[in-house]
Design a protein around this ligand. Structure first.
Ligand code: RBF
Ligand code: MG
Length: 328
């Protein structure tokens, strides 16, 4: 498998390729089906499999107003795609120049000439090229001219609605992290480096927390969550607070994780926080003792939630199709 950032890094595959292309924010169940179908179809036809995606997300380049934060940072997106073992992942640097290409120019310059594309697999709502002018019919017509086949997959339906990145963003923003799991095939995750916070958690409260350096990613709604924390490949139970610590006066938003029965120094380490279930809203307590008592209750609830078999997290792995509840 090669992960390339530009077509100049790719040796044109003589046998031809089967390609899927998309933004793939979240690499959710719909995306997963596209990617696995592409790999299967490539194998069946003696082609190399290629997943083409964009970095940064095209909305970041095209829209001037603030875009919504994304479900996956590029690092996680590429890891999730790589689980399907395509022969090539092409993460193209998306630019205004690229956005100005017509569907034909894009297909010819990025998919035909460098990749020798013979088959293309696209989502039900896919469109490409300037202003999304290249819809399915356009891509079909171009297939006759450039001699590639095209397959369009139906959306994946879970709990009576289409799985989409925007549906997932909405659920996460509402704090509904448990319900997002079947749509992703895993729990919602944020990642980042452990940085120094106020240093008051351990000293003052008796509940030390790892503060995560915030990246430009989607965070669940403010509140307290049962979590699992991945540190150097180990998965540890914990409880997280996302918020502004109103008990201490309004501070900047922080995401902090208290790992249960744990006292190692993990400053500077990159951790992943998997959000299992929301426990409550953040609130302003009348003093330290009330907050401490409540955190002890939160920890009790988290222990219970984390004892459910469905709350397990396998580091770096997807849940299986049957566990996820995906329907055809
Ligand atoms: N701070 C608040 O002001 N209100 C809360 O409701 C609150 N809940 C928390 C729940 C847990 C499980 C943890 C670990 C922390 C919570 N905090 C809350 C944050 C607390 O104020 C913070 O950890 C310390 O101030 C150290 O930064
Ligand atoms: Mg994320």
């Amino acid at each position: 498998m090669i992960i390339a950032k530009s077509i100049s890094e790719i040796v044109k595959p003589d046998q031809g390729t089967c390609v899927t292309i998309g933004n793939f924010d979240g690499v959710h169940k719909g995306h997963q089906r596209l990617i696995s179908s592409t790999c299967r179809k490539a194998k069946a036809n003696g082609l190399a499999s290629v997943v083409v995606t964009f970095d940064p997300h095209p909305l970041r380049v095209l829209v001037n107003r603030k875009t919504p934060p994304f479900i996956t940072l590029t690092s996680q997106k590429l890891e999730l795609i790589a689980l399907h073992k395509p022969d090539i992942i092409l993460a193209l640097n998306f630019t205004k120049e690229m956005a100005a290409l017509s569907p034909e120019e894009f297909i010819q310059q990025y998919l035909i000439t460098p990749l020798n594309m013979k088959e293309m697999v696209v989502g039900y709502d896919y469109a490409l090229g300037k202003g999304r002018s290249g819809n399915y019919e356009t891509i079909m017509k171009l297939g006759k001219k450039y001699d590639y086949g095209i397959e369009r997959l139906d959306p994946v339906i879970i709990n009576d609605a289409v799985v989409s990145s925007s549906r997932i963003r909405d659920l996460v923003s509402e704090g509904n992290v448990w319900d997002v799991r079947p749509l992703l095939g895993r729990f919602y995750q944020v990642r980042g480096e452990v940085v120094h916070g106020m240093n008051r958690g351990g000293r003052l409260l008796g509940f030390p927390t790892a503060n995560i350096k915030l990246e430009d990613e989607l965070f669940p709604k403010k509140g307290v969550y049962a979590i699992r924390v991945e540190v150097e490949g180990k998965v540890l139970p914990g409880v997280a607070n996302i918020g502004k610590n109103p008990t201490f006066g309004n501070e900047a938003l922080s995401v902090e994780a208290h790992i249960l029965d744990f006292s190692e120094d993990i400053y500077g380490k990159d951790i992943r926080v998997h959000f299992i279930q929301r426990i409550r809203s953040e609130k302003k307590f009348n003093g330290l003792d009330e907050l401490k008592d409540r955190i002890a209750v939160d920890i009790g609830l988290a222990r219970e939630i984390l004892s459910y078999p469905e709350s397990q997290v396998r580091p770096g792995l997807h849940l299986s199709e049957s566990e996820s509840g995906a329907e055809q």
